[in-house]
Design a protein around this ligand. Structure first.
Ligand code: BTN
Length: 242
């Protein structure tokens, strides 16, 4: 199925849309803006090697992009994507508090509704491709997770995975085009506008180490800037606590 400039391949059940997109991209079977959509995943993957529970009814997809950008800019694409998704969720749930938790969780009234797993392939110091995997809880959310989770239906809205994907692609198309032409500024501003705990004290867990400080900003590459007692720290991979 084609939608805007995207080509969507729809599967009933696969292991992981990210794994499938990576495999197909390596084999040259998936072009730029190819999308793998699955109704269910057997081995959905989250960040930091976590499992992403993938029961039928929620949205699971991965988008393949081959942008001509430097490797150091790749993580910006997760901010572009989650910012686009936040615009969609704000429209669907206009009375809810929508926040973006660094690096790329989307919270509705303080609970996680979506996550992004970005994976890329580099050849000879150049970016070959990026796979942006997104999960959105539409009708159910896992229990007993590290952070509390919620879903769209909890707030009385019903939307299918395909409709939600199309709404995402509508917003992403514009924001991604703007990113390619003008850089990270617009997406970064949308992100900062909805940032969770910006200018507040937060605790950041990196491996087993916990650091406290004030969440000052995100920099041009999307790193978290934390003001601690011992000075400013730039953080590029961690969990932010509550
Ligand atoms: C996270 O918050 O830890 C990221 C979750 C990413 C889940 C999505 S669902 C579609 C795609 N396929 C996967 O196996 N993972 C991502």
């Amino acid at each position: 199925m084609n939608y805007h400039n995207f080509n969507i391949l729809h599967f009933e059940k696969i292991d992981s849309t990210n794994s499938k997109a990576m495999e197909m991209a390596v084999l040259g079977q998936l072009n730029d803006r190819g999308v793998i959509l699955a109704d269910e995943q057997n081995s959905g993957r989250g960040r930091l090697n976590r499992v992403w529970v993938s029961d039928k009814g929620n949205l699971y997809f991965s988008l393949l992009l081959r942008p001509k950008i430097a490797i150091s800019n790749v993580s910006e694409l997760s901010f572009v994507s989650i910012s686009a998704l936040s615009l969609v969720i704000s429209e669907i749930l206009p009375n809810s508090d929508i926040k973006l938790k660094w690096p790329n969780d989307l919270l509705v009234n303080g609970k996680k509704i979506s996550g992004i797993l970005l994976e890329s392939k580099i050849s000879a110091q150049n970016l070959d491709f990026v796979v942006i995997g997104i999960g959105v809880n539409l009708v159910s959310s896992p229990q007993n997770t590290l952070f509390p989770a919620t879903n769209i239906k909890d707030y009385g809205a019903l939307i299918s995975n395909i409709e939600m994907l199309k709404k995402f692609l509508d917003k992403f198309e514009d924001l991604y085009q703007n990113y390619l032409e003008f850089g990270f500024k617009k997406a970064r501003n949308i992100w900062l506008d909805k940032a969770y705990k910006l200018k507040e004290e937060i605790s950041v867990k990196i491996d087993e180490q916990e650091i406290r400080g004030v969440f000052e900003n995100i920099d041009e590459a999307g790193n978290l800037i934390l003001r601690t007692k011992t000075g400013e720290k730039k953080i590029n991979c961690a969990d932010v606590g509550v």
